[in-house]
Write a protein that binds this ligand. Structure first.
Ligand SMILES: Nc1nc2c(ncn2[C@@H]2O[C@H](COP(=O)(O)OP(=O)(O)OP(=O)(O)O)[C@@H](O)[C@H]2O)c(=O)[nH]1
Ligand SMILES: [Mg+2]
Length: 533
């Protein structure tokens, strides 16, 4: 196994990974080509990797068949003056058996075996192709198909047509990545004077260099006279013995496909879902799902219950008549009392079109930031990931809000104390009133009047009555202030709890799928880099 082979397998695997990751996201034509390369590479190695398939290609009449015969020392290829001569691909191999599997895979029916013992052509399958610039469509199609499959190509040109656009624009330029598995042979050299041949060769060299084919060697031959044929034969044998052509060809295939996919994937930095972006999304979605309504409900419920417990009893019973905001929202149940069913849904207003629009907008904001720089197909995939479960999202948010423990069921310890003191003050008012106003009744009933007690010349009854009234009101006001502080801090705590619950849902339904898509993009990007080698 050569170094090229060693690297080829992981690169083919990487290309397969990239194709898998980019499926449905990258350009379909690019993906198809890359998938075909993966398949072809696997098959080519499986079908007798020990053979090297070399094709003689070129324009009609350049002398492919003549050169074939000259190099192999056979008369297997038909040579003629009538054009085009070769209409069917012919494959020849040496030894005791034809590599049928390989030839089936290449879809070549014209096969000839040159019976021989082990020799320098033992592992060679040499193809004589029809003309690439043929008037016959079938010829051109056969050439195009095999140019994609063979391990090495020998382009046979003649002094008249070596600069032909059909060859250079149609094949050589786009085959630049395969420069090191190609060779260009200027045949019919006998038709040129030595200085003309030199000019011709240097012109051809210049042309190939300008097309990115510096690594492609040039040779001059005459199939008619046999000049240059031994050198060509040696080059061919070297290619076969070296056993690098197949791996080099496949390597170039993988590189070309991976580069095309890399271009499609773009070069922008892979976007990340940063904390600020996530926080913003949680806030917007929480708002849409009713977090502010519940937070406000918590504040008002705390205020109502606190006022009822600590306020001046003459007034605070009024507070009890007002409905409990959390009861109204069905959020007064214990967390365990909720199950995520329609029956136990909160009575938060059902998602209105405005809310849905805000959810939509929140998700769009998030996905637009997460798709910055991504190619179109990937951007769409990220958008779909962000909004794929939008309907479920609102339901799950509602359930999460219903299940959050808002800690407003119990009051706080000092409410009881304030309540007790309020009742003592009421008692003081009552005692004071009796003390002040009971004497006429007692006297009329023949009972002794209450003893007159004064303090600073003011009757004790007045102290008790006025003190009780004033104390009750003051305590009520003080209690109200404390309750307000408590209501605000509970509202804040409720907001934290609710946003935590919302975040858990959004992380699950939105962040995770978006992140998975971004990870997939990163995977594709890393895989093509590996595949390019
Ligand atoms: N002078 C000269 N004539 C050659 C040489 N090689 C081939 N020919 C002649 O060129 C003509 C075409 O040769 P082929 O080998 O059939 O050419 P081909 O490239 O196989 O042509 P197609 O099969 O039609 O594509 C024949 O008449 C050959 O005798 C050469 O090196 N020198
Ligand atoms: Mg021919």
């Amino acid at each position: 196994m050569s170094a090229a082979d060693d690297q080829l397998a992981p690169r083919v695997r990487a290309l397969a990974d990239a194709v898998e990751a980019a499926a449905g996201r990258a350009d379909a034509a690019v993906l198809d080509k890359a998938a075909a390369v993966v398949e072809r590479a696997g098959e080519r190695v499986a079908f007798s990797g020990s053979y090297t398939v070399v094709a003689l290609a070129g324009a009609t009449g350049s002398g492919k068949s003549s050169l074939f015969n000259a190099v192999t020392g056979t008369e297997l290829a038909r040579v003629a003056v009538r054009r085009p001569t070769t209409s069917k691909v012919m494959a020849v191999s040496w030894g005791s058996e034809l590599p049928h599997e390989l030839l089936d895979w290449l879809d070549i029916t014209g096969r000839r075996l040159v019976p021989s013992g082990p020799n320098e052509f033992s592992d060679l399958v040499l193809l004589d192709l029809p003309d690439h610039d043929s008037t016959e469509l079938a010829h051109r199609l056969a050439v195009d198909r095999l140019v994609e499959l063979v391990d090495a190509l020998i382009w046979v040109v003649d002094p008249q047509k070596y600069a032909d656009a059909a060859l250079h624009d149609g094949y050589l330029k786009r085959l630049a990545p395969y420069a090191d598995v190609m060779m260009v042979v200027l045949n019919q050299a006998d038709r040129l004077a030595p200085d003309e041949l030199d000019r011709c060769l240097s012109d051809l060299r210049r042309l190939l260099d300008s097309e990115g084919l510096r690594a492609t060697p040039i040779m001059a031959t005459s199939a008619l006279r046999g000049t240059g044929v031994p050198e060509l034969r040696e080059a061919l044998v070297r290619t076969v013995v070296n056993k690098q052509a197949m791996a080099k060809r496949l390597s170039a295939d993988v590189r070309v496909a991976a580069s095309a996919l890399a271009d499609d994937l773009g070069t922008a930095a892979v976007p990340t879902l940063d904390g600020g972006l996530k926080h913003q999304a949680v806030r917007v979605l929480g708002e849409a799902a009713g977090v502010p309504v519940v937070v406000d409900g918590v504040r008002r419920a705390w205020r109502r219950r606190g006022s009822a417990a600590t306020g001046w009893p003459f007034v605070s019973w009024l507070a009890r008549l007002r409905p409990d905001p959390l009861k109204k929202l069905r959020l007064d149940l214990r967390p365990g009392d909720h199950s995520p069913t329609e029956l136990n849904r909160t009575s938060l207003p059902r998602a209105t079109s405005v809310q849905r629009a805000r959810v939509d907008q929140g998700l769009r904001q998030l996905s637009e930031s997460a798709v910055e720089g991504l190619p179109r197909g990937w951007a769409q995939a990220v958008r779909d990931a962000a909004r794929g479960r939008e309907t479920l999202l609102l339901d799950r948010l509602d359930t999460a809000i219903a299940g959050a423990d808002l800690e407003v069921r119990r009051g706080t310890w000092w409410w009881g104390l304030f309540g007790l003191v309020q009742w003592l003050l009421i008692a003081s008012v009552a005692v004071g009133a009796v003390w002040l106003f009971a004497n006429p009744v007692l006297v009329a009933s023949g009972l002794p009047p209450l003893p007159p007690v004064t303090w600073y010349d003011v009757p004790a009854g007045t102290w008790l009555l006025a003190g009780g009234l004033l104390g009750g009101v003051l305590l009520g006001v003080l209690g109200r202030a404390f309750v307000e502080i408590g209501a605000n801090s509970h509202a804040r705590a409720a907001r934290r709890t609710l946003e935590g619950a919302v975040e858990a849902v959004v992380a699950d339904e939105v962040f995770a799928p978006v992140q998975a898509e971004l990870d997939r993009y990163r995977r594709a990007r890393e895989a093509v880099v590996l595949a390019k080698g």
